[in-house]
Ligand binder design. Structure first.
Ligand code: SF4
Length: 377
């Protein structure tokens, strides 16, 4: 089946059957008995089906149909426990978020245990296939590390904590976000076993921490979800990649982690990607961004959205400036975009299989961790 046929066929079967999906859903999936019982319990509690799905997304990062049998048992136990309401707003403690992050990392590692292509691998191969080879094929230790990697990771960690709290009805003070950022960045810099490439605007750790804290202050002051509610935070997803040439599934899955999923009052989903950048994102760059298209592919192939519908997407950019800015840019991804994405992914897989790895000079070279190896290539 080619990608086009796959998308069309998926749309005819909403929700698609389990055999179209891969990985953890198959053997340990919720039983029909648990499914029916949970629906009845939710009804008794006055919860609509979409609210039950949101609970599952929040707790297990999948909708009800895709929870595991073990998680379904936990949910049943929770519903039957009169001491705790399953929809009660609850402030997460930091250790809870750390535990959640650990279990999510395990889940992501599980997704990546089988042959896969991630959005970042696809981006890297397209940008510089030699860099891809050093990083993913040979798994070389980099010669140096660009500050932008641990910096972006620490900002992501603070935003994740913020949105998880908001999902439970709590707005964290900005000081908490700043602490999470500072602790994460300091830890990653102090434990790095290669030199760090600092940047002009952040020449050392102290200035990087000041920059990050100012960015989080700006974020906290202006972030506005409008009438949207949070449907999920850091959601790991996977979907089979299809080959147009062989008209069959490839041996590879696409895997990705969605930063934030919003839902409006009509039930429409918007997938949000967090970025940190100095420069402004142009509308052309937003339109061409394959990360959003990969999320659209994962959402539709995973049955979260109709395969024939457009996906609402948003890039939230926290800009590294003396006076930081927070900019939200909306766009959409169409079925045509997803078909194109499938073709690009297929081409990248073919290039990797054929061991085509060549250097491509670009803005990436400035922060490349393999510049000496590249020069000697
Ligand atoms: S230095 Fe530039 S061209 Fe060479 S591997 Fe790194 S990113 Fe690619």
């Amino acid at each position: 089946m080619n990608p086009t046929t796959f998308l069309v066929e998926s749309a005819k079967q909403q929700p698609p059957p389990a055999h179209q999906y891969t990985g953890k859903l198959s053997s340990r999936r919720i039983t029909s008995k648990q499914h029916a019982y949970l629906l009845a319990l939710a009804k008794k509690k006055g919860l609509a089906r979409h609210e039950l799905d949101e609970m599952c997304l929040s707790r297990f990062r999948v909708v009800l149909d895709h929870v595991t049998s073990a998680d379904a048992s936990k949910l049943i136990e929770l519903f039957n426990n009169k001491a705790e309401s399953p929809v009660q707003a609850q402030r997460p403690e930091l250790h809870e978020v750390v535990d959640e992050a650990k279990s999510r990392q395990e889940e992501i590692a599980q997704l990546r245990a089988s042959p896969h292509l991630s959005r970042s691998q696809l981006f890297l191969y397209q940008s510089c296939s030699l860099l891809y080879k050093y990083q993913y094929v040979e798994r070389r230790t980099p010669e140096r590390l660009s500050l932008s990697l641990p910096f972006g990771k620490a900002i992501h960690g603070a935003l994740e904590f913020y949105y998880r709290s908001r999902q439970r009805g709590v707005t964290e003070p900005v000081g908490t976000l700043e602490d999470i950022f500072r602790n994460q960045l300091s830890k990653d810099i102090s434990t790095a076993n290669v030199p760090i490439i600092f940047q002009k605007e952040t020449p050392n750790l102290d200035s990087a921490i000041t920059m990050g804290r100012n960015m989080l202050k700006t974020f906290h002051a202006v972030v506005d979800l409008g009438e949207n509610e949070i449907a999920g935070v850091e959601i790991p997803l996977e979907a089979m990649l299809f080959s147009g040439e062989a008209k069959a599934p490839t041996d590879y899955k696409l895997v990705g982690v969605i930063d934030l999923l919003l839902r409006d009052k009509s039930g429409n989903l918007t997938v949000v990607d967090h970025k940190t950048a100095s420069a402004q994102w142009t509308s052309a760059a937003v339109q061409a961004d394959l990360q959003l298209t990969s999320y659209s592919y994962l959402l539709t192939a995973g049955g979260y959205a109709s395969a024939l519908s457009d996906t609402r997407c948003q890039i939230d950019v926290l800009r590294k400036l003396k006076v930081p800015k927070f900019e939200s840019i909306q766009t959409i991804r169409t079925p045509k975009d997803r078909q194109r994405f499938a073709k690009i992914a297929e081409g990248v897989l073919a290039g990797i299989d054929a061991r085509i790895f060549v250097p491509n000079r670009s803005w990436l070279c400035g922060g490349c961790g393999f510049s000496k190896a590249c020069a000697a290539w």
